[in-house]
Write a protein that binds this ligand. Sequence first.
Ligand SMILES: *Cc1c(COP(=O)(O)O)cnc(C)c1O
Length: 401
Amino acid sequence: MTDTAVLLEKAAHLNSPNYAPAPVIFDHGQGVRLTDTEGNEYLDFVAGIAVCALGHANPTLVEALRDQLGRLTHVSNLYYSTEQIKLLEALVAASFADRVFFCSSGAEANEAALKLARRYQKVVAGRQDKTGIITMKHSFHGRTLATVTATGQPKYHEGFEPLVPGFQYVPFNDLDALKEVIGRDTAAVMIEPIQGEGGLRPADAAYLKGVRELCDQHGALLIFDEVQTGVGRTGSLFAYQHFGVTPDIMTLAKGLGGGVPLGATLATEKVWQAWVPGSHGSTAGGNPLACRAGNTVLETIARDNLLENARARGERLQQGLSKLAERYEFMIDVRGIGLMVGVECQDDYARRVVEAARAEGLLINTAGGHTLRFVPPLIVTDADIDEALERLERALKVVAD
Ligand SMILES: *Cc1c(COP(=O)(O)O)cnc(C)c1O
């Protein structure tokens, strides 16, 4: 057996059984490319599931993190660090929010948002019974018990009942359905502006405006889960800016740390009145290393015009995919915004294309079972896009034959 085969065999026995990784072990990366332990090179259009915003081994990020490791990694939230204050200032300046809570993952950011919304209704609005949370079918909000409850997909709930009480689910992009359910007891509505894990489904702008109005009518808070859509992915820094609808609470993670675990919950001053010292916390949340990563990601997006890059490269990607969809009948819909692009496929074609693409040196994955997901690093070039489309075409031929 090769060294790689030995390692894969070992991992299969030691790794927790909740994942099913592809039989590949990565050794190093550079930009949009990854190299495995056998020396094979791949174009990475998964980017650690929309995490590696600046690509792999980005020289600016590497230099910043090296410097930060030699300076200060962690002090806890008993104290401030200069990097944390810098990131607080940057996120507040760039968004609707007045204050920010830091954590280390998307689930934690959403957990904080849900706790913040419930406590806001009780403590600030004085409504003890206003505890209901409405989320969308096919949504994804994380794997903690509250965020998995918020996730509107039964397969994520199985075996974990009893779930957290007070959650209801309505169809996405259906304002009438929300109108039926929202009421006096609704604390918050939580929504992804583009459903990610559920299959790359963008909301209609008119729908989000309607959701905002319904929340205002009923005194409910509007939470945008921008864990996947945030930090430049859509060609706007945050997707709420693209849609022109401002939430009361927004959550970030994935791309924010560019690969270093970092999550954030952002909200207006009105909402933050709900929390006092001790209301919530996270030991490692917002540590100087993670915040240095966040600051570097935001600075690099601005310095290198990566929002414009996400818009232009995303358009080229969608155009190329649409051309391929004309020739391959099983590709039934191409959709997305910026560099968050999906191709819905018939039957089990998506899964087969993912495997065939990997064999051709292109990493993509599926979302919602039937949709191919393309979320390359924001630094991707036209040449990378064209090469990915060529590799994809070879994979499509294999699958179609
Ligand atoms: C990935 C994701 C999460 C969960 O983030 P973790 O860092 O895995 O906890 C939550 N919401 C959305 C929209 C996501 O895409």
